[in-house]
Design a protein around this ligand. Structure first.
Ligand code: NAD
Length: 302
């Protein structure tokens, strides 16, 4: 798909995610038609962050459409860490639960690491348990973090092979930057990681064949940062208001300019966001298959 006034090809995350969800729905239908229970995802949400509430709602709806059973457990912003941890212990013991997702960020008084590590590694739906991070770092199979996995699947879908390419990742969070860099490395890219202390960021970015931006800074990357013909993946998501007071969703990349220079680019919204949800469903089904010892028949997710 190419949009008007855009020379780059748009990497359509909405369409790619829809195709993945359709494939997963077919898998779930096949499993349940054979008399097995449906895969199940438990989502834990703590606090009142409006964006988190929207993300969680979208995740639960996506489960419903795919035939995956889902449960939402909501805690108030002042919930005690022990209340959240005891829910996680309960979910770890519940046989109908294959995936557990704790929506981040958590309120400041709750230790994120402690919570993520309380999730049983084989039920970890977002691949953020330190054991699963270790599996990724050592190139072993395991659930991968959803957003980085979504980036990799989107590249695959559009025939972008990182092998031998120069990849630059801006952002080093545990959630996005670090795992996406490891996954590009696993695909034989030559990877440079940048962060808030990096110098000459624009110059480094201009060396990238594949540029992944996950800095959480609205429209930080402009056309002049991009090598002509590069593939640009914008992970950022922000609500911005223009001079007329109109609100719109933007990414970390200034899209209009970048799309004149890049060969392929993700839009925001409709790029990495929908892929993140599709990968959450995919991880849940994969966890289910492992736990129930049911082999995969669909080649689409191998
Ligand atoms: P984060 O704040 O945890 O990490 C941001 C990283 O960017 C840090 O490592 C920091 O060092 C780096 N950084 C910050 N300012 C920088 C600068 N000026 N120059 C270079 N590096 C800089 O954020 P995160 O959780 O990794 O998320 C990043 C962005 O991606 C956010 O906009 C977030 O909303 C978005 N996000 C989107 C999805 C999705 O599904 N689309 C999922 C997760 C995060």
């Amino acid at each position: 798909m190419r949009e008007k006034n855009v020379s780059a090809q748009i990497l359509d995350g909405s369409a790619t995610a829809a195709a993945i969800r359709e494939d997963l729905a077919a898998q779930v239908k096949e499993l349940t038609a054979g008399g097995k229970r449906a895969p199940g995802l438990a989502v834990v949400l703590v606090g009142d962050d409006p964006a988190s509430h929207i993300y969680v709602k979208n995740k639960v709806n996506a489960c419903k459409k795919t035939g995956i059973q889902s449960w939402l457990f909501q805690f108030p912003a002042d919930a005690t860490p022990s209340a959240v941890l005891s829910k996680l212990h309960e979910l770890n013991e519940d046989n109908s639960v294959d995936g557990i997702l704790v929506q981040l960020p958590l309120p400041k008084h709750i230790d994120t690491e402690e919570v993520l590590e309380a999730i049983s590694p084989e039920k970890d739906a977002d691949g953020l348990h330190c054991l699963n991070v270790g599996l990724l770092a050592t190139g072993k199979a395991g659930p991968r973090p959803c957003t980085p996995l979504g980036v990799i699947r989107l590249l695959e879908r559009y025939g972008v092979d990182p092998n031998g390419q120069t990849a630059v990742v801006i952002g080093r969070s545990n959630l996005v930057g670090k795992p996406v860099a490891l996954m590009l490395l696993e695909k034989n890219a030559t990877v440079t990681m940048c962060h808030s202390k990096s110098k000459n960021l624009d110059q480094i970015a201009r060396g990238a064949d594949i540029l992944v931006v996950a800095a959480g800074r609205p429209q930080m990357v402009t056309a002049s940062w991009i090598k002509p013909g590069a593939v640009v993946i914008d992970v950022g998501i922000h609500r911005a208001t223009n001079d007329k007071g109109e609100s719109k969703i933007v990414g970390d990349v200034e899209f209009d300019g970048a799309a004149q220079v890049a060969s392929k680019i993700t839009p925001v919204p409709g790029g990495v966001g929908p892929m993140t949800i599709a990968m959450l469903l995919s991880n849940t089904v994969q966890n289910y298959r492992k736990r129930m010892n049911v082999r995969e028949t669909s080649p689409a997710l191998k």
